[in-house]
Design a protein around this ligand. Sequence first.
Ligand code: ADP
Ligand code: MG
Length: 363
Amino acid sequence: MIKVDHLSKKFGDLTVLRDVTTEIVKGEVISIIGPSGTGKSTFLRCLNLLDQPSGGKIEIDGVNILNPSTDVPKLRRKMGMVFQSFNLFAHLSVLDNLTLGPIKLLGAGRAEAQSKAHELLKLVGLAEKADSFPDELSGGQKQRVAIARCLAMDPEIILFDEPTSALDPTMVSEVLAVMRRLAKEGLTMLIVTHEMDFARDVSSRVLYMDDGVIYEQGTPTQIFEQPQREKTCAFIHRIRSLNLRINSQDFDLYAINAEIEQFCEKQILPKKTRQHLLLLVEELLVIYRPRLAGAPLEIILGYAEKTGRLELTLDALGDAPNPLDSAALPDELGLTIITNLAESIDYRADSNGNRLSIRLIRD
Ligand code: ADP
Ligand code: MG
């Protein structure tokens, strides 16, 4: 269906795609993963000529679309695209967002377009929102409308560019659920995503992109369970960590929070996780405060991309008793908050030092 041959793309002196070669067969669901800035979006944008490739060949159904004679609007009709930001027409109702393309570009009749739009809204779970305006919808609902709008054009393939990255964490799963359903129904999909579990479940093939090339590709099992090449392994198994050193009771909580926020942003952790983490650290520091007079405290925040596991480790010197022992606490409020946020809590102490490990609940 789509054949990409030695595709390259430069922006001025910057080479973003060096040499991308792959083939996409009808019905495939392909996830593209990889570090940011490695050309994933540019690759999608080259496929529907939102970016003009610098070299190579893209054939769709046997026709090289890089020929100047290519009918670009027609090409784009075959390829829907769903972006991180929903790009709905704010001044149009949900229904009109869905019927505009079919009426204007496909020459569909109004009644026909509307009846199909209602059907698609049902498919994405938003039948009752037909007359609402985009402003009245949540992020997850907007993205589902954007997907329905894509489907209204009867595309042969849909390109998704991080469709859930801009969403509140509570809304990620409703969008992924719709995408799972489309995948099950056999729609051809190319999905750039950071949702590793989703990519593993839903894809027939995973492309790992790094530095402007498809560095490794394979089935989800091959890529996620037995990656072969060095950078893929590092990406799949990476544990990112943040070390915070607290030297005294007069620590700067604002600075600590800012570092944690920055870390969460880098790791693309959902907002709710970030809030939980900030709260957890704050409560822990209240409890640890009396001890900070004597010895510094090292807080390590570890995040394993593959499993989504998030762990806090607090290291201090000395064979001190468990600071979370309720008998030692002035009240139980902080402890209750910590316990509620933790999936597991472990404390060990010996003459070398003491370590509290807390694994955060993720949902
Ligand atoms: P990814 O989606 O993998 O994060 P992108 O394809 O968005 O990566 O970007 C790859 C690189 O290309 C980045 O360094 C980015 O700054 C650069 N880039 C993307 N679009 C443009 C553009 N229109 N002009 C100049 N540089 C660009
Ligand atoms: Mg991108």
